[in-house]
Design a protein around this ligand. Structure first.
Ligand code: HEC
Ligand code: HEC
Ligand code: HEC
Ligand code: HEC
Length: 186
């Protein structure tokens, strides 16, 4: 009799534990379904909505294709140029405000498009639109440095300017005595 009684007590303990587990499990399932975003798992183990949200963001860097939609003459100038694939943003900035202004001006002729600013010498500049003829921009790619692929066209500035007979060797714009930005070949 006493053995039977103690079995019952044990069962009650087990029942309490089981009930506890069921309540805890149910709570976790409820919390999980509440916490997991609706679109999770639509395409894989991530939030499906993230795709539309990310693709709707404005890119930080502007692609040449975007600029060339309006600047067809530059496309033609660069068609045969060794600079065909050098991104506009290196010499002009990302032009986000410029593009918004140009789009507004196309719709409303009273809107004016601001002129480009001179480059401020900062490669991480926040200037929206600039034009640089500064040798520093050219030399960020063309200065002879250790580690460049042998075939890449790079110059030793001092001897290049001397060999080619540059006039104002100290001027920041000296490269433009002979080269241009869009089609620098000679
Ligand atoms: C919606 C059309 C449009 C887009 C896109 C556009 N531009 Fe322009 N841009 C213009 C117009 C219009 C002008 C003023 C007329 C001109 O000089 O052709 C201009 C002028 C310029 C100028 C000369 C500014 C000056 O001071 O004379 C530069 C440089 C320029 N754009 C660069 C860019 C770059 C780089 C991009 C891409 C980031 C770009 N543009 C995208 C329409 C556009
Ligand atoms: C290596 C530097 C460099 C790159 C890359 C470059 N530009 Fe230029 N761009 C210049 C310079 C320098 C001038 C000023 C030309 C002058 O005053 O003789 C200029 C002038 C311009 C102008 C105004 C005058 C004109 O020629 O119509 C526009 C518009 C322009 N660039 C658009 C672009 C676009 C769009 C791209 C990319 C497809 C681009 N540029 C790429 C250096 C560059
Ligand atoms: C007085 C004229 C003159 C000036 C100034 C000048 N260059 Fe040149 N550059 C030339 C000529 C001409 C060539 C073609 C030489 C050749 O093919 O041997 C050339 C070739 C180049 C090349 C190609 C080199 C190669 O290995 O094919 C680069 C890159 C270059 N220049 C960059 C610059 C830069 C950057 C500046 C400014 C710091 C500059 N140049 C200033 C006349 C000049
Ligand atoms: C973002 C890098 C970059 C910048 C900035 C840049 N270039 Fe270039 N440049 C290139 C590349 C890439 C080539 C093609 C190299 C090749 O074909 O071997 C090139 C080619 C050239 C050539 C060779 C032309 C020929 O006929 O072979 C000259 C000259 C030149 N650039 C001058 C300049 C000048 C002047 C500037 C400044 C206004 C400049 N580059 C800015 C990347 C750049």
């Amino acid at each position: 009799m006493s053995r039977h009684f103690s079995l019952l007590r044990d069962t009650r303990h087990l029942q309490a534990v089981a009930l506890g587990l069921i309540v805890l499990g149910g709570g976790l399932i409820a919390a999980r379904s509440h916490l997991i975003p609706k679109s999770f798992g639509e395409h894989g183990p991530y939030r499906g909505d993230a795709l539309t949200e990310i693709s709707a963001q404005q890119p930080v860097l502007t692609s040449d294709t975007t600029c060339l939609k309006c600047h067809d003459s530059v496309r033609k100038e660069r068609a045969e140029s060794p600079h065909k694939d050098v991104a506009c943003l290196h010499c002009h900035g990302n032009g986000h405000e410029h593009m918004a202004q140009a789009a507004n001006a196309a719709a409303d002729p009273s809107v004016t498009i601001e002129k480009a600013k001179p480059w401020d010498g900062d490669f991480f500049t926040k200037l929206d639109l600039f034009i640089t003829k500064d040798r520093a921009t050219c030399l960020s790619c063309h200065e002879k440095v250790v580690g460049m692929p042998a075939g890449f066209r790079s110059i030793d500035v001092k001897s290049h300017l001397a060999d080619q007979g540059a006039e104002n060797i100290d001027s920041p714009d000296v490269c433009f005595e002979c080269h241009t930005g869009h089609s620098p070949g000679i």
